[in-house]
Write a protein that binds this ligand. Structure first.
Ligand SMILES: *Cc1c(COP(=O)(O)O)cnc(C)c1O
Length: 490
């Protein structure tokens, strides 16, 4: 091919490839359509159902495979609306009271938009010092919030599961748990620990480590005295206790493990203490709850989820590690092609502190809302969620429900015990009744064979009216289910 032909072929390709840069007019049109979609969604959000039953289960989206030619945005948004945004749980709704809800404060969407438009490289300090400084600053802010000393740092992860994984891998390496050591290296946790911890233990190559389930007290909190006894017994048996995992807010019941007493045991036996604060961590912002977090500052690592307790949209959790050197030891790397980056390493880079290299610039969606709102409304919203949980705990008893312990944070477990028939079955059907009604969404759980309904109150959009609606639907549900069941006496 002649030089001329080659150039002309490249220019042909360029003309086609340049369609990837839409130009101002197209951008205006797309921006307007997306803004309209978002406005329509948000204008209706205050009364949006917590659950939408979709008999189609979103199947229609499968007709929208990528094709050779593009489609108009209006059509594409139509597909999103028809097949995705009205299917199943609506986590953006204040009526989402089921799983630990996310929320999705609006400025995070703007942060994501800008992060995607500018596409800064937040993985390595050399590549974008400002972006990495922003993320490290937010992590240091979290470290101060939980009482970690200077020298602590962490990583903004995709969520709590990866944060737990990073914490557990770091503990494994810091304590020298090589594969030969795994079968005698003991891990302690409670039966109420989040399942992501079990997953992390397996992924971290610790599946063959002995795992001890520490008994719970009547509040479903880990019993620190029982922990101490188990550790002693294991040591006497020649095993090597190395890791305790506590929860600052369990998912099932919202229980706060006694962190200070657990830290005492960990310290006495030189064990790594990891705290899963993915759900509960940000309640430390409330003066009224600070005491409950005493001991968190003594942990070696912890997981905390801004996409839960700070109401950000899904996609940002954090792991914090008291001694950043330990985190580095498990996650640093050397690559020849990145030698330029190493010479500029004034600040630690996320890529040295996590399994990721190229990553979403998560810091921006986290930093922006806090800049615009300040902390005060976040504190108020957290205090409101806790007050709503306490209110619900009291009011649901008035309706004749049995309840679990008064909530440590903002999760309440409760159940209706009918005069006759199987109570577990009744509560399962009651959960379905609430789900079919759809205005609010709740979940259920089984603890020691007993089915409980759960209120998980953590959406920034959940207010008194949603809790009152739930109480109303529960009352109607109990009436409907009681009337439906034959009142047979034998
Ligand atoms: C939600 C949750 C997790 C998992 O976090 P993801 O962000 O969903 O990955 C871990 N632990 C607890 C206690 C949680 O509530």
């Amino acid at each position: 091919m002649s030089n001329e032909d080659m150039r002309s072929r490249i220019l042909d390709l360029e003309r086609e490839a340049r369609r990837l840069e839409p130009g101002r007019a197209m951008r205006d049109q797309w921006n307007a359509a997306v803004k309209q979609y978002a406005d329509q969604f948000l204008d209706a959000i205050d009364d949006a159902p917590g659950y939408e039953y979709d008999p189609d289960e979103g199947k229609g989206i499968e007709a929208w495979l990528p094709a050779e030619e593009g489609r108009p945005l209006e059509q594409v948004l139509g597909a999103l609306e028809a097949h995705v945004d009205h299917s199943g749980i609506n986590p953006a709704s204040g009526g989402h009271l089921g799983y630990i809800p996310g929320g999705g404060v609006f400025p995070s969407a703007l942060g994501d938009y800008l992060a995607a438009v500018t596409n800064r490289y937040a993985g390595i300090y050399f590549a974008n010092p400002g972006a990495v400084r922003m993320e490290n600053m937010m992590l240091r802010w979290l470290c101060r919030l939980v009482g970690y000393p200077d020298g602590a740092l962490g990583n903004l992860t995709s969520g709590g599961s990866v944060a737990n994984l990073i914490g557990i891998v770091t503990a494994r390496d810091d304590r020298g748990v090589t594969s030969a050591e795994v079968p005698r290296s003991v891990i302690y946790l409670s039966a109420q620990v989040h399942h992501s911890v079990h997953k992390a233990i397996r992924i971290a190559g610790l599946a063959e480590a002995p795992v001890r389930y520490v008994p719970l007290d009547a509040h479903y909190r880990l019993d620190a005295a029982a922990l101490a006894q188990m550790v002693e017994a294991d040591k006497q048996a020649g095993l090597r206790p190395f890791l305790v995992i506590a929860s600052a807010g369990t998912t099932d019941t919202g229980a706060m493990d006694p962190l200070d007493a657990i830290a005492d045991v960990a310290e006495a036996h030189d064990m790594w203490l990891h705290v899963d604060a993915a759900y509960g961590g940000f309640f430390i912002l409330l003066d009224e709850l600070r005491d409950r977090f005493k001991g968190l500052e003594r942990s070696h690592s912890l997981a905390i989820d801004p996409h839960k307790g700070l109401f950000l949209p899904y996609g940002v959790g954090a792991v914090l590690v008291r001694d950043v050197q330990a985190l580095m030891k498990s996650h640093f790397y050397r690559a020849n092609y990145m030698q330029d980056a190493l010479e500029h390493a004034n600040q630690l880079s996320p890529a040295d502190l996590s399994p990721e290299l190229t990553k979403h610039f998560r810091g921006l969606r986290f930093w922006l809302p806090l800049q615009l709102y300040g902390l005060a409304p976040f504190r108020a919203a957290l205090a409101e969620k806790r007050a709503l949980a306490l209110y619900f705990h009291r009011e649901v008893q008035r309706l004749g429900f049995a309840v679990g312990p008064e909530p440590d944070l903002s999760v309440v477990i409760y159940r209706y015990v009918p005069e006759q028939g199987d109570a577990n079955e009744f509560n399962r059907r009651l959960a379905q009744y609430v789900q079919r009604d759809g205005r609010v969404f709740i979940s259920s759980t089984t603890i020691d064979g007993t089915v409980w309904l759960r209120l998980a109150c953590l959406s920034f959009r959940t207010h008194l009216k949603h809790i009152d609606t739930l109480l109303e639907v529960l009352q109607a549900g109990v009436q409907a289910l009681t009337a439906a069941s034959p009142a047979s006496h034998t």
